[in-house]
Design a protein around this ligand. Structure first.
Ligand SMILES: Cc1cc2nc3c(=O)[nH]c(=O)nc-3n(C[C@H](O)[C@H](O)[C@H](O)COP(=O)(O)OP(=O)(O)OC[C@H]3O[C@@H](n4cnc5c(N)ncnc54)[C@H](O)[C@@H]3O)c2cc1C
Length: 302
């Protein structure tokens, strides 16, 4: 099947891109960034936009910069560039990006495009939620700063309107007392996750200050849960801050199991039943939380 006919423009100024979207009848214009999700949608005729507004030549959107303790990634910045240049600054991006499709897909796909697409099984929305990222959105209502926690409203649904452009996303640069874990299960490497988790832990002298797990692929949008109390209790029970990841993960299985019961809300599909997804979340969450705790103590990723 081929895409239905559409017009195509590639402006170099953000104002022109916004103008083209606003001029499209009844919100029928679509931003195209890397095209890695949109082109298959068009080819299958799941969408029939009247005009595609290519934002990859808009100079303002091609920038990636660090200001203070924030990394700002423009909407035209490809995933592969972020993986290469920002993995040290924001280690959770470095852990998650290799799971996004394949290298060729990441060479074209953008981080902002993945956020705007809001696939419930995608890695970038989970990372953005876990880190408390902020999206900059520009459109007919003016400029808005939207927290990742408020951005995703359902499967493939966000607060961005049809004439809005997500112009950039801002991630906090990692602190030395933070540690991270990330893992997912997919049928083949490069496929979307059946279930996955991102873990973020902050400690001070071995005491847990923050511990969150963000699960994805198991609900209509990524789900963040606070496991600080459970992690501290597991560490206290083991009585050894240097306990191995395996021992700590075992001690975390109970809380991870309760969390999995809570976050897995998808119906079963050909990739797995809800019970299977709960099991995956339990195992991955316990292990990645333990890993994140250990790496927060060392100040390095394990
Ligand atoms: C074989 C294959 C495997 C893949 N596997 C994975 C995977 O495992 N995990 C994963 O997360 N992704 C995967 N992807 C998708 C890939 O990561 C995409 O790059 C990403 O989902 C969308 O980014 P994009 O820049 O290509 O956006 P596009 O495809 O250009 O756009 C996607 C949607 O977002 C909108 N959009 C894009 N940018 C903006 C913006 N700045 N403002 C407003 N709206 C915008 C578009 O209008 C469109 O609706 C895969 C793709 C393929 C083809």
């Amino acid at each position: 099947m081929k895409a239905a006919p559409f017009a195509y423009v590639r402006p170099t100024r953000l104002e022109d891109a916004l103008g083209e979207l606003q001029a499209a009848q009844g919100g029928s214009g679509k931003v195209i960034a890397g095209g890695q999700s949109l082109v298959p949608v068009l080819a299958m005729r799941l969408g029939r936009p009247s005009i595609l507004v290519d934002i990859t030549r808009v100079e303002d959107l091609t920038q990636m910069e660090v200001t203070g303790q924030q990394l700002r990634v423009g909407a035209a910045v490809r995933q592969r560039r972020v993986q290469r240049e920002a993995s040290q600054l924001v280690p959770l991006l470095g852990l998650a990006l290799p799971w996004v499709g394949h290298r060729e897909i990441r060479s074209r796909g953008t981080v902002c495009g993945s956020l705007a697409h809001a696939d419930p099984s995608a890695e970038m929305p989970a990372v953005a939620l876990s880190l408390g990222a902020t999206l900059q959105v520009k459109g007919p209502k003016g400029d808005r700063q939207v927290n990742a926690a408020d951005f995703f409203t359902g499967a493939m649904a966000t607060v961005a309107g049809p004439a809005d452009i997500v112009t950039s996303v801002t991630f906090p640069v990692a602190r030395p007392d933070e540690g991270y874990g990330f893992a997912e299960i997919a049928r083949r490497h490069g496929d979307y996750a059946i279930a996955g988790v991102a873990a973020r832990v902050r400690t001070s002298s071995g005491t847990v200050q923050e511990a969150v797990i963000t699960s994805f692929g198991v609900s209509d949008r990524p789900q963040l849960r606070d496991l600080r109390g459970s992690l501290q209790q597991a560490v206290d029970t083991l009585g050894d801050p240097a306990a191995s990841v395996t021992d700590l993960a075992k001690a975390l299985e109970g809380p991870a199991d309760s969390m999995a019961e809570d976050v897995v809300t998808t119906a079963g599909d050909s990739h797995g039943t809800p019970a299977y997804r709960r099991r995956l979340v339990r195992v991955l969450a316990a292990r990645e939380l333990a890993r994140a705790y250990r790496s927060s103590l060392k100040g390095t990723q394990t």
